[in-house]
Design a protein around this ligand. Structure first.
Ligand SMILES: NC(=O)c1ccc[n+]([C@@H]2O[C@H](COP(=O)([O-])OP(=O)(O)OC[C@H]3O[C@@H](n4cnc5c(N)ncnc54)[C@H](OP(=O)(O)O)[C@@H]3O)[C@@H](O)[C@H]2O)c1
Length: 251
């Protein structure tokens, strides 16, 4: 199949390109660096010509107030219009599990807008909603507030997945039929953010204590503890956070 990856140079895009390539697909790598600009609408018609599927893994490069919203709105409109003109039979975008429960946060609200543009577009689609990637918890822990040297994290349960496994699942879905609905994906086990933070700090020989704090919000949003665990019918990756961390730290 001929599959276009928009955002091919990004963290997820590059992994998806590899997964598609190793399954024998012909991949068109599109991003602003290759002259395909989703915001300006440049290069899309040529890139989408004859495509069996388009995967949207673009991301806003800036996170100021309203930036993500204007990015996903404009990019979504241009990408979907071009997909419609080219008669693309399957449009897949990567979104986030629990996005509708995170709307107080600018970025997650923008992801919902992106999803809604897709639903309203009449282009056959699959929205893959993933849980957080293992790779991001270092940043989450390091940007958490601290009280007298003790890191404080939100009381929330998550079911993170390795970005590699998420990319493999996205690639597989893109080469299948559009489901015109949402497919959730997550890792093999739900974990408290506290457990994740503890394990991460231990593995990186960081002696700082860490505790749950009911006053600490998750990306500015106060959540019920189970809000970010995917539904029972989610597709699960196999690699645990523990195994991923052991491999990453020893590499
Ligand atoms: N990270 C998570 O935990 C998570 C979970 C679920 C879903 N997602 C979603 O996955 C998607 C990809 O995330 P990521 O972390 O892989 O992003 P990333 O590393 O920041 O990559 C973003 C990609 O978008 C491209 N891009 C930016 N502006 C563009 C434009 N105007 N036209 C064309 N391409 C443009 C970039 O290419 P250039 O550099 O060439 O501009 C780059 O290839 C996002 O939509 C994110 O919401 C992430």
């Amino acid at each position: 199949m001929r599959i276009v990856v928009v955002g091919a140079s990004g963290m997820m895009g590059s992994k998806i390109v590899r997964a598609l390539g190793s399954s024998g697909h012909s991949v068109v790598e599109a991003s602003s660096k290759t002259g395909v600009d989703a915001i300006k609408g440049v290069g899309l018609d040529t890139a989408f010509e004859g495509a069996d599927a388009v995967i949207d893994v673009t991301n806003s490069g800036s996170f100021g107030e309203g930036d993500a919203l204007s990015f996903f709105k404009q990019a979504g409109k241009n990408l979907l219009s071009a997909a419609k003109r080219a008669g693309v039979p399957h449009y897949l975008a990567l979104s986030v599990v629990g996005a509708e429960r995170l709307v107080e946060n600018d970025y997650f609200r923008a992801k919902l807008v992106q999803e809604n543009l897709i639903r309203a577009s009449s282009v056959p689609y699959t929205i893959v909603r993933s849980t957080q990637f293992f790779e991001f918890f270092g940043g989450i822990v390091n940007s958490s507030p601290a009280v007298e040297g003790s890191i404080r994290v939100a009381n929330v349960r998550l079911q993170p997945i390795s970005a590699d496994e998420a990319a493999t699942i996205v690639a597989k879905h893109a080469s299948g039929k559009p489901i015109n609905s949402v497919q959730e994906i997550g890792g093999p086990e739900p974990l408290n953010l506290l457990e994740i933070a503890r394990e991460l700090l231990t593995a990186t020989e960081d002696a700082r204590p860490v505790a749950t704090d009911p006053d600490v919000a998750y990306f500015g949003v106060n959540l019920a503890p189970e809000s970010l665990v995917p539904a029972a019918k989610a597709i699960s990756g196999k690699q645990s956070f523990h195994d991923w961390l052991s491999n990453t730290v020893s590499a």
